[in-house]
Design a binder for this molecule. Sequence first.
Ligand code: T46
Length: 136
Amino acid sequence: MKIVTYDFKTSADKRGALSAVEGGRDIPFEIKRVYYIYNTKPDVRRGCHAHKSLKQVLICMKGSCKILLDDGRERQEVRMNMPGKGLFIGDMVWREMYDFSPDCVLVVLASDHYTEDDYIRNHDDFIEAANQSRDR
Ligand code: T46
């Protein structure tokens, strides 16, 4: 599985750092929703689902966490700890987020509004759907 990441334009000087993310330029979809995950408790695992059509870019604004990506054939772990970097997660990719540092703030840019209908929350159902979409 090819892991796609983006390095956002970052300006750092003696005052600190500023990273910029521009819709229509830096993100491969129109951003329709932004949400953020924070105050995560120790030893929790979030995500554990795939999306039928949603595409997202995850940015770890503060702290660190790990993301497991599973396309039904391969699984890869990505460590997130740089606010100037984005991780693309396409449709039909199972994701799990874990090992959150207590200060972790994970911002997500999403290609569509929230709807529970887009989630596949059972891993066996995901494998079946991933195999079917590959056979098509
Ligand atoms: C994803 C990973 C990276 C909303 O009301 N609006 C929203 O936009 C979202 C994302 C969630 N919610 C509600 C639904 C649940 O009652 O917030 C609650 C927690 O959501 P969930 O358990 O799905 O959160 P995570 O961290 O397991 O997964 C989230 C996203 O849902 C998911 O799309 O890819 O972050």
